[in-house]
Design a protein around this ligand. Structure first.
Ligand code: ADP
Ligand code: MG
Length: 337
């Protein structure tokens, strides 16, 4: 079935336009209208075919990830997800069956959105001569004070959720399978490679952790999208501080560990500078560390202390296997125009 713009919007509205007591006008009018008694956190992220994802990725995985990367931004603020806008730019003139595509997209969207009570309230749908492009805007209730990048202070511990480097290693595997320039991680079983690929395609945003951490007074957080060093660098720059990081303490998954071993360049490439993990960096004073650990347990989120904030310095001091190295820049992902 070929779907036109209005048919497609109708399919989305039926599947995802659920009622909500604070949603006064949902999909179908010129604008959605919501009631928001508290502060709103608002964020947006765009994914472009060929740049952020391979053109053959399943629509369900795309929907999951388009939502997950935005949910991760809300998590980093400590906000509670409420409403979503979805802008779809679908390539025209390809004879594509967008009807089936949108059904798969809806399945992936529901899998990520429903557990957080996130409602689709509007968006835009256009045909384009360019690549498939998906933009999501999220609105979240900001009940606790937001966690900010500029709130790191000397003496605070640096904590990381989950594990680092899986998505970047999976991207190298996917690229090498496609004959693209990459460094393929060595020594991994097929099961380990699959586990990494799942982390790349379907990241788990740390929403519950973010809400709870902000709720108990953690003041500084940032999600890891560009790479641990780059995103820690953003905190340091915004806060005017430096950091010491114990690379030996960085959490890595059992799937990735065999590819790291004693190879510094592998540690650098995946856990330290690889992007797309959507874990959180949290900086917090020693008095709150026990509370943070309790939150990790309550939200089933592994949390690891990987270093500490120090007074303004040349940047980040890395310790690894007894060696010390100073990092000036950060070396994560940055778009170049
Ligand atoms: P307008 O011309 O006023 O911008 P549209 O025809 O673009 O209206 O959209 C009609 C309704 O459908 C609007 O309420 C809009 O928010 C919603 N909508 C359009 N595309 C999407 C989408 N991809 N996801 C969710 N809602 C959408
Ligand atoms: Mg429109």
């Amino acid at each position: 079935m070929q779907l036109g713009e209005f048919g497609l919007i109708e399919v989305l509205r039926k599947a995802l336009g659920e009622a909500d007591p604070d949603l006064l006008i949902g999909m179908g009018d010129d604008a959605a209208v919501v009631r928001c008694p508290e502060a709103l956190a608002v964020c947006s992220d765009t994914m472009v075919a060929g740049r952020h994802f391979f053109a053959d990725v399943a629509a369900s995985d795309l929907a999951w990830k388009a939502l997950a990367v935005n949910l991760s931004d809300l998590a980093a603020m400590g906000a509670t997800p409420r409403w979503a806008l979805l802008n779809l730019s679908l390539p025209a003139g390809h004879g594509e069956d967008w009807g089936r595509w949108v059904d798969e997209f809806i399945a992936g969207w529901r899998a990520m959105a429903l557990p957080w009570g996130l409602r689709l309230i509007g968006g835009d749908t256009v045909a384009t001569d360019g690549p498939l492009t998906i933009t999501v805007v999220l609105l979240g209730a900001q009940r606790p004070a937001p966690m900010r990048r500029d709130a790191a202070r000397p003496g605070q511990g640096i904590w990381v959720s989950g594990s680092l480097g899986d998505a970047a290693a999976a991207l190298d595997i996917a690229r090498s399978r496609r004959g693209l320039p990459a460094r393929r991680p060595q020594g991994l079983s097929a099961e380990a490679e699959d586990a990494l690929e799942q982390r790349r395609l379907r990241p788990s945003p740390r929403v519950a952790l973010g809400e709870a951490a902000a709720g108990c007074g953690v003041g500084c957080a940032q999600d890891i999208s560009d790479g641990f060093l780059a995103d820690l660098g953003h905190i340091l720059q915004a806060s005017g501080v430096g950091a010491r990081v114990d690379v030996d303490a960085l959490p890595v998954s059992s799937a990735l560990r065999p590819a790291l071993g004693e190879d510094w360049s592998a540690w650098q490439r995946w856990p330290l500078t690889g992007g797309d993990d959507y874990e959180l960096i949290l900086c917090t004073a020693p008095e709150l560390e026990q509370a943070l650990l309790d939150i990790g347990r309550a939200t089933d989120t592994p949390l690891t202390r990987v270093g500490e904030i120090v007074p303004a310095s040349a940047g980040i001091e890395l310790r690894w296997r007894g060696h010390v190295q100073q990092v000036e820049g950060h070396g994560g992902h940055e778009h170049v125009f």
